[in-house]
Design a protein around this ligand. Sequence first.
Ligand code: 5GP
Ligand code: MN
Length: 329
Amino acid sequence: MSLNQTNWTEATQAVEAAQSILIVTHVSPDGDAIGSALGLYNMLIKKCSSVAVAVDGGVPDFLSFLPHADHIQSVLTSGAWDLMISTDASDEDRTGQVGEYGRAHSKTIINLDHHATNTGFGDIYVVNPEVASAAEVVYQWWKQANYALDRDVAQPLLTGIVTDTLGFRTSNVKPATMAAAQELMSLGASLTQITAMTLDSRPYEVVDVWKRAMPSIELHDGVISANITLADQENVDDRERMEYGLVGWLRQVDEAMIAIVFTEDKPDQVKLSMRSKRGFDVSQVALTMGGGGHQQASGATVQGSLEEVRAKVMPLLVTAVKEGKLDIV
Ligand code: 5GP
Ligand code: MN
């Protein structure tokens, strides 16, 4: 059973009572990690005089257009807080070093998330696995609390919704998601700017990596895979976005139900990025491998050589294809 618990009132009371608040999100932050964190931050700075937001390594360049992105700290070495809010992270480790520091120096922790694999850490749960993004959970919270939204809150929240739904295309997009997006746009969030800066943007160096990785593409038993080796990544700065677009593109292949990109992180460490068509579940494979995510989009970091990790993971994915049934109605 996945955790599905939204303690809005308790969470709002914790915010109202806090003299100081820390917001953290997951490492290797994506549009929803930063969007939901800034959607929280830009509202909470109006409620509380001491609010900090942090993620290991700071904000990625492609998300620096968001209001107050420059307020996001990349390390935490001092400070203590009444309340810490963790957003878009399904387990404690995902919040990295800033999360570890925050947990040791905060009195109460709100666990805000939308991952079905959420491990149930923290004191107050605002976890809704039925919505497509953590940003949508933040939106629901602000509506429950009756807080007035403005453009600075709307723009990051719409960014989280747009990026985690791949532009309103994932199966968990509901009429309520569209209604949230409509309100956020009417508050001044720019869908055009958001799509141009996120979904429709990548540096050439990423395409250069794909060029080198393409010969490794294989399709067997409904699973399409590619490898990005350390050699393929030479001279790349933007490592975070290397596998992201590639795995989504592989999932589009008609004969594939599941797509996976194996990215060598270090000589004996491999990152898995998995996507599936609706009806096929990659989150259980991610959990088995020590990661997490959603049925249709999951990931993990695994110790071992590329060959060893492939040998472990590929049979699990072939089984997941056999156990599933395409459901795109
Ligand atoms: P991506 O393939 O884009 O890195 O990740 C897809 C999904 O899986 C995201 O929802 C992300 O949060 C989750 N995910 C990726 N890597 C990990 C991991 O190492 N641990 C956990 N718990 N979730 C992960
Ligand atoms: Mn998310």
